[in-house]
Design a binder for this molecule. Structure first.
Ligand SMILES: Nc1ncnc2c1ncn2[C@@H]1O[C@H](COP(=O)(O)OP(=O)(O)OP(=O)(O)O)[C@@H](O)[C@H]1O
Ligand SMILES: [Mg+2]
Length: 264
């Protein structure tokens, strides 16, 4: 049995680099370290699924089916979960569970059910995740029930923070939610990494980085992700940044190495 790291990537602020980090950290762990990685799309926008090359309904279950099943029947067949896991068609060791727009309806169904915080945890059972070294969950930009499910299933959290003006807005709301979840339903959620993203040479970016290091010194990642057009290119082509010989690729390689060294 593997000691699986389950990492949620969250920030209720939109467009801060959650999905880019989810795919490229996962791809770097799979490609550079031959680690077995499962990426979970928990966002109805399904950007991660697009990035991974998931087209449209292929007849197999998605996150929407799995969540709806648990929310309405309170249980799930482990075969359904296995069928929901696709292998990436180019990157060895990388698998994923896609989402689709109907996940928004599943979220509504979730809010009507008991023990609604543990639905994802009941899908990602010890048996399911034991095949993977890393399970990385891409969250939607909201503080709702899907995010709470991710934080209940995870043992680590990465908060990408765009180094811009107002970048820290909302961070207190998120970190206090994390505290509440740790104190009540998930004492295993014991590590938070603040990851500065889209850093550049502007005064605003430098000052945001300084404020982050003053306020979150203990949790701040030593790897800073810089702003680069390579990010958009990568999501367009589906090619992992670690294979693009770019500065951004190097940064995601470093981030993966920090996880592998046990720094995070
Ligand atoms: N380091 C970067 N430099 C420049 N652009 C980036 C960088 N990282 C991500 N981007 C771009 O910024 C946009 C938002 O990134 P991404 O989708 O990863 O954010 P997100 O936090 O997942 O957004 P959402 O909250 O909508 O899910 C995308 O167009 C992406 O290509
Ligand atoms: Mg996203």
């Amino acid at each position: 049995m593997k000691q699986t790291k389950v990492i949620a990537i969250a920030n209720q602020k939109g467009g801060v680099g959650k999905t880019t980090t989810c795919f490229n950290l996962g791809a770097a762990l799979a490609l550079e370290h031959a680690k077995s990685v499962l990426l979970v799309d928990l966002d109805p926008q399904a950007n991660l699924s697009d990035y991974l090359g998931y087209g449209s309904d292929d007849g197999f279950p998605t996150m929407t089916h799995l969540i709806t099943e648990v929310a309405t029947r309170n249980t799930i067949n482990s075969d359904a979960v296995k069928h929901a896991i696709r292998k990436h068609n180019k990157i060895e060791h990388l698998s994923y569970i896609p989402a689709d727009i109907n996940l928004a309806n599943a979220e509504t169904a979730m809010s009507m059910t008991l023990s609604r915080e543990t639905i994802l945890k009941r899908i990602l059972t010890a048996e399911v995740i034991s095949e993977y070294d890393y399970v990385i969950i891409d969250c939607l930009p909201s503080l709702g029930i899907l995010l709470i499910n991710a934080l209940t299933a995870a043992n680590e959290l990465i908060i990408p923070v765009q180094t811009q003006k107002f970048s820290m807005d909302g961070l207190t709301a998120l970190t206090s939610l994390v505290e509440q979840i740790r104190a009540t339903i998930n004492s295993n959620l014991n590590k938070t990494v603040i990851l500065p993203t889209m850093a550049d040479n502007t005064v605003v970016s430098k000052s945001a980085l300084r404020v982050l290091s003053e306020s979150y010194a203990a949790d701040l990642s030593s790897v800073v992700v810089h702003k680069s057009v390579e990010a958009a290119k990568s999501s367009e082509t589906g090619k992992a940044l670690c294979r693009t010989k770019s500065k951004l690729g190097e940064e995601y390689i470093k981030l993966a190495a920090e996880f592998e060294r046990g720094v995070f």
